[in-house]
Design a protein around this ligand. Structure first.
Ligand code: TNX
Length: 509
């Protein structure tokens, strides 16, 4: 009997309520129709049928399903008459666009269709949530593997669903970054912005200015050990992210947040004297020397080297909290720097203050303020520009949940799970409506964050909600139904070893 195989009794009961349904997905899909009579059960005979152009996603799916099932799940090119999960590229409904998918789960098999590999990958993340949470276990679990039946048609509201990790205040090595990348991918995040340089440390090898990394990367906030990525290690992170259909956006902060660089190259200071390295978490005290030609040689060298190892479209040129740079100097600085990004074939992204400069409409300023009028961004939007939304009072993952949260800051307020979910990026800044929003980002500044456990505690459970804000259509979203879907995610995090905050606002499973 099944019980003799160690299967729970409920797995044998035909009438048992399904543990999961296509209507439970996070992010919420555009259309989902559950059919509890159409469940598909994986078996040792199941194959992954990979249509033309789907092999990378097929191999990834196999890697997701094999550890816990222990089944062979071979990737095969043709219909061999065996029960299959079929991946099909190029024949999906045109409504799914470039990142959407159609999923159909029936008793006889599963079909996932998309028009791009990105769309297939996002569909795999949905498929994954239709399996029991135990699918996330790293070792074989003896149980029944039922995929919840029904159909889904889905596509994103915005093109950019991002996260940001500050590797400057505290350094996270490539393995730690890859762990976060895997956690992000499951909620259809497609962009990871790496904040690669700040006052406390410089984290990327620049061959024409070698001491930036080797000396300027030694320290970190609070005197903790630093580190940096060689260009090869950075490219390896970029490739790993690409295998999870995530684009890396590198950022070098300037003209402020530059103490690490100015502490190791005296010529970057107006008086020609290197400043002492800093490990405190003050902001706004440093500035590059705006009138010095050496400043622009430095910036151009950095942009050139970074552009050469970055396949993504965007390059981040900072721009925030330049409190020690006068307004005219700030504008003069970006008048020289903005064209350098284009010179090396990239588009500009930066914190929203850069909208004070003369920005091309292809640039993507990132909004971090807490709402209210912003005439520079409204004017940029009126010229056809798109803004990335990361309001600190909703989207910042480093804000404390409550006064008692042991990590994080509270300058933008306390941000409980409901606060982080309950806002609309298209009505947040006057003049920056739906068509002027490129997407949503969830930044994690790391003054108080040192480990993956720390990252997880701040990102979960807020990150899935921010991912849903970026992916799901506004009319379908509301806190009362979201909190029920969110609760059902927690056993997955337990199986994945994610250390999350058990907010009292959610009835966790
Ligand atoms: C503000 S908001 C910063 C960062 C800090 C962060 C801490 C913004 C663009 N800059 O320099 O790390 O606050 O929450």
């Amino acid at each position: 009997s099944l019980a003799a195989l160690g299967l729970p009794a409920s797995a044998t009961a035909a009438t048992a309520a399904p543990e999961r349904s296509v209507t439970d997905l996070v992010p919420l899909p555009v259309q989902a129709k559950a059919d509890p009579k159409a469940n598909f059960t994986l078996s040792p005979l199941t194959v992954i049928r990979a249509g033309k152009g789907t092999n990378q996603v097929a191999d990834y799916l196999r890697g997701l399903l094999r550890p816990a099932t222990g089944y062979p799940l071979p990737v095969v090119p043709v219909n061999a008459g065996l029960p299959a999960i079929s991946l099909d590229l190029g024949h999906a409904d045109s409504r799914v666009g470039t990142e959407g998918y159609q999923l159909s789960v029936a008793k006889s098999g599963v079909t996932l269709k998309a028009n791009t590999a990105d769309g297939l990958f996002e569909g795999v993340q949905s498929l994954r949530q239709l399996l029991p949470s135990a699918i996330e276990a790293k070792s074989v679990q003896f149980r029944k593997w039922t995929i919840a039946g029904g159909t889904v048609l889905d596509y994103p509201r915005f093109g950019t669903r991002g996260a940001m990790l500050d590797v400057a205040r505290h350094f996270f090595n490539p393995t730690q970054v890859k762990t976060y990348i895997d956690q992000l991918a499951q909620y259809k995040i497609n962009t990871l912005h790496l904040h690669l340089a700040d006052d406390q440390g410089w984290r990327i090898e620049i061959k024409s200015w070698p001491r930036l990394a080797t000396e300027g990367g030694k320290g970190a906030a609070d005197g903790d050990p630093g580190g940096y990525y060689t260009q090869a290690q950075y490219q390896d992170i970029v490739a790993y992210a690409a295998s999870r259909h995530i684009t890396i956006v590198p950022e070098i902060d300037m003209p402020g947040h530059t103490n690490a660089a100015q502490s190791v190259y005296a010529e970057l200071n107006c008086d020609g004297v290197a400043v002492p390295p800093r490990t405190d978490t003050e902001v706004g005290y440093s500035s590059l020397c705006i009138d010095s030609p050496m400043t622009y040689k430095f910036v151009e060298d950095v942009i050139r080297e970074l552009a050469a190892i970055t396949p993504g479209k965007y390059l981040g040129i900072g721009g925030d909290e330049a409190h020690s740079t006068s307004d005219p100097d700030y504008k003069a600085f970006y008048a020289k720097v903005n064209p350098l990004v284009a010179k090396y074939g990239k588009l500009i992204t930066g914190w929203h203050e850069i909208a004070k400069s003369d920005l091309p409409a292809t640039a993507m300023p990132e909004y971090w303020d807490q709402g209210g009028a912003n005439p520079d961004l409204a004017a940029f939007a009126a010229r056809g520009g798109k803004v990335l939304m990361a309001p600190s009072n909703h989207a910042y993952l480093d804000m404390k949940y409550t006064e008692d949260t042991p990590l994080g800051q509270d300058w933008a307020g306390l941000v409980e799970v409901k606060d982080s979910y309950d806002w609309d990026p298209a009505t947040f800044v006057p003049g920056v409506g739906e068509s002027s929003v490129s997407g949503v980002e969830a930044p994690l500044w790391t003054e108080t964050i040192r480990t993956n456990d720390n990252i997880e505690y701040m990102a979960f459970p807020r990150l899935p909600g921010l991912a849903e804000i970026g992916w799901s259509q506004q009319p379908g979203r509301d806190w009362d139904t979201y909190r029920v879907r969110l609760a059902k995610q927690s056993p997955r995090w337990v199986a994945q070893g994610i250390d999350f905050y058990r907010s009292p606002q959610v009835d966790w499973k």
